[in-house]
Ligand binder design. Structure first.
Ligand SMILES: Nc1nc2c(ncn2[C@@H]2O[C@H](COP(=O)(O)OP(=O)(O)O)[C@@H](O)[C@H]2O)c(=O)[nH]1
Ligand SMILES: [Mg+2]
Length: 196
């Protein structure tokens, strides 16, 4: 559930999840630099000297004076599991960034399995999930079907976008989808609570 800050604004937490080097930081930076109509805070990146995410990236964006989205990416390397679990605390929505590189197929699977383990059946229900199949520009990109099979995602239930984060393709659509689902989810739940 979102939290309310001392100024009375609602904060929703959206985490960009996925294996190492799938394009999470690239996607978040693209949103930060290119999506219009949002008010941005500082972009915070905790990375190692080679530019790999060490803990997370973070930026708040607000769509109104009342609503803030706290956007995080996780460090995808396997050894950063504890950091990822920490970043996931209080999450309201997940944007899973998958890598179309055939060499990363299994890493996608491992990353999704970890996410399912951490969130259980909340994933895709109380905590909406949107999938961005990234790096579609790679000449040897795996097929969409292969990637979705590895992730065990049925696109009827979950919104799936194809993208090229380095060119900003598909990123905004996927981002808008997760924002919409997070808000929709919140209002549905607020309505149910009122009715009780
Ligand atoms: N070819 C290609 N490379 C990409 C794409 N998105 C990201 N990359 C590259 O993949 C590498 C890892 O990206 P990064 O955003 O740091 O991945 P992260 O570990 O998920 O945060 C970088 O060299 C990016 O430039 C894409 O759509 N196509
Ligand atoms: Mg990163």
């Amino acid at each position: 559930m979102p939290r309310v800050d001392p100024q009375g604004r609602l904060h929703f937490k959206i985490v960009f999840w996925g294996p190492s080097l799938s394009g999470k930081t690239t996607s978040l930076r693209w949103i930060y630099n290119n999506v219009e109509g949002i008010t941005k805070g500082r972009f915070v990146s905790i990375e190692d000297p080679t530019g790999r995410t060490l803990y997370f990236d973070y930026t708040p964006v607000s769509i109104s004076s009342k609503v803030v989205f706290d956007l995080y990416t996780v460090a995808g390397q396997r050894r950063h599991k504890i950091q990822r679990r920490k970043v996931l605390e209080g999450v309201d929505g997940i944007l899973f960034v998958a890598d179309s590189d055939p060499a990363q197929l299994q890493e996608n699977e491992i990353s999704m399995t970890e996410l399912r383990q951490l969130l259980g059946d909340k994933l895709g229900r109380e905590i909406p999930l949107v999938v961005l199949l990234n790096k579609r520009d790679l000449p040897n990109a795996v097929s969409k079907e292969t990637l979705l099979n590895a992730l065990k995602i049925v696109p009827v239930n979950i919104r799936v976008y194809e993208g090229i984060a380095i060119r900003g393709i598909g990123v905004k659509q996927a981002f808008k989808a997760i924002v919409r689902e997070v808000l929709w989810n919140y209002y549905q739940r607020a309505k149910q609570q009122k009715a009780q």
